[in-house]
Design a binder for this molecule. Sequence first.
Ligand SMILES: NC(=O)c1ccc[n+]([C@@H]2O[C@H](COP(=O)([O-])OP(=O)(O)OC[C@H]3O[C@@H](n4cnc5c(N)ncnc54)[C@H](O)[C@@H]3O)[C@@H](O)[C@H]2O)c1
Length: 275
Amino acid sequence: MAPAVKKLKVGILGCGAIGSRIAKSIYQELKDCCQLVGFYDCDPAKMTTLAKVLKKNNLKKRSLKELIHSCDLMVEAVNSAKTDEFIHKALSARRHVLAMSVGKLLDNSKLFATASKNRCQILIPSGAIAGLDALKAASLVHVERIILTSRKPINGFTQNDYLEKRKIYLSALTDETVLFDGSVKDAVKHFPQNINVAATLALASGMPQKIRVRIVTSPEYKINSHEIDIKGEFGHITTRAENVTCPDNPKTSWLAVLSAIQALKDFCSGARIGT
Ligand SMILES: NC(=O)c1ccc[n+]([C@@H]2O[C@H](COP(=O)([O-])OP(=O)(O)OC[C@H]3O[C@@H](n4cnc5c(N)ncnc54)[C@H](O)[C@@H]3O)[C@@H](O)[C@H]2O)c1
């Protein structure tokens, strides 16, 4: 008889759009390699909803500590000012982390140092973009420019302090409008809910200073898209991902969630194809 495969014990921090979708995937696409051992959210109602959907009331954890203790790998899918602290706690306890809030990893060498010291991995899914594999390879030689142009419908930018301060009123826009044109650091600061892709590009290339981020909207836009233009000694690359939203949550790109599921699959199999 073949020996039983040891499944990766996965704990999920954050039972919102992404955390809940990944939890469901563990019972579907990932059932052969992963076991969901628990989930935690500071909003008890979110945990209750997920527990009902999964029919697993026993997987609700009472604290982050309890969650970390139960798993081999923690999926971080929260929207908190303390996200980097949560990731650090998991790494300090020698747990691998799949990080969705990639913006929180920028300029945070402490997290990577802790991961390295404790021999655990921080998995960063490719998210809603295409071409990270080529960008990483291209980064080995001289790169002249990296331009990310993110296009999103107007309702993706509501309640944004940066736009309010600049008196950019979304309801008054009639044409395609560039809302932001600047560095990754400023993009992440002013558009934290929208710009994990810029942070992912910065980490993959190791050259945040070379990246120009453009954020564009229009009343005509119906979907999110991300275009990447890279020029350097290797040649020229352009990629464009047009993303449909997650079937069970309209505010998240489906590809971003799928990339997290695939990253878990690769981690379990030991494969790193194209990364
Ligand atoms: N890497 C990518 O491609 C990508 C794509 C989309 C979203 N994201 C990021 O992933 C994260 C999750 O996104 P989402 O769409 O699931 O968000 P969401 O708002 O649907 O869910 C976030 C959950 O975190 C919980 N939470 C907040 N603070 C917490 C705390 N202190 N402790 C425990 N739980 C807490 C909330 O209650 C909520 O249920 C966000 O940071 C988002 O920016 C990344």
